[in-house]
Design a protein around this ligand. Sequence first.
Ligand SMILES: *Cc1c(COP(=O)(O)O)cnc(C)c1O
Length: 384
Amino acid sequence: MFSDSEIQKFRSLKTPFYYYDMGLLQETLDEVKTHGLSKGYHVHYAIKANFNFEILELIKEAGLGIDCVSGKEIERALEAGFDPEQIAFAGVGKTDDEIKTGLDADIFSFNCESLQEIEVLNSLAAETGKVANVSVRLNPNVEAKTHKYITTGLTENKFGVNPENLPELFIKLPDYKYINLTGIHFHIGSQIRDLQPYIDLCKKVNMIQDMFERNEIYLTHVNVGGGYGVNYEDPDGEPIPDFESFFNVFDEHLKLRDNQQVHFELGRSIVGQSGNLISKVLFIKEGITTNFAIIDAGMTELIRPALYQASHHVDVLTSTKPEKTYDVVGPICESSDTFRNGISLPEIERGDLVAIRTSGAYGEVMSSGFNLREKVPAYYSDEI
Ligand SMILES: *Cc1c(COP(=O)(O)O)cnc(C)c1O
């Protein structure tokens, strides 16, 4: 929740805007350190979730690396001062230029998603004379029980290599002189709140490790990806995901070989709860059965509700009146531009401020200029 002085400050700022709780981000990172880094695990922050420099600075200070899915993200991570040795590069459609960006920077690992990509990487690396470290992204066929747009680990999926195609890779590998196959990589989806999919993943990883061993390929790195979820319904009740239970799953279920390093790629669980979209109520429209609270933020600032039917907790910051039922909607010319339907909120008037919570991940970074709307500013709790 927000202090009176924060709300006072919000009133003086032009809305809408993003507001980041840097204290909460630090506490979250401390939990990752205590339960993950302390076990010797490597955690790469998935920079696509939020790439603001202020946020990257705290993440870098905490000792995390970066997981990128584009060449520009590699450049951003380098600009923010991350060590290339801690940068992993995934993505199903890497262009030649993006691959060259990774080669030039001598990144820790290319997470390759198809056999053809490995072949292309080998020939591009040959041109530079460098040997690229590769983790092959495998599809473990694990059901992540999340929204269909953010599940990525099933067999029929554009992501990753089907383990059935591994024998082909094993045959071709000796010809790839500029590839050093150092690891295997997995990422089963996003906003996963249940730990069972991760237990299932560990079991698949163990089986796949056996396959590599039978082919006398020694892997130094196992990257189990990210996807750990946050509590969108009750951000005050659970401001930090339970990282202790999360990392313990891998501690308990992964069968590691000697000197094998474990890597994670967490995005949402690190930055999700620290971000809020602050917006002003423009109009109240009393419908026949529904009251619409029309606010000045829309799907252009936070597309998750429109894209994934995501539901974000909404707080009214400037009213303590008895509650009424509202649909909270944005100003964009799309019916999907709706944040919540039929929720109870303290009675709202034009000019009241609302906070759309848990919008630190996949919020600001997915904003668009639809309707010629301008990019909104970001403020940080340690500056305000
Ligand atoms: C997006 C992504 C992640 C991070 O996912 P979160 O749900 O934000 O933790 C990790 N790895 C890869 C390959 C990704 O594409």
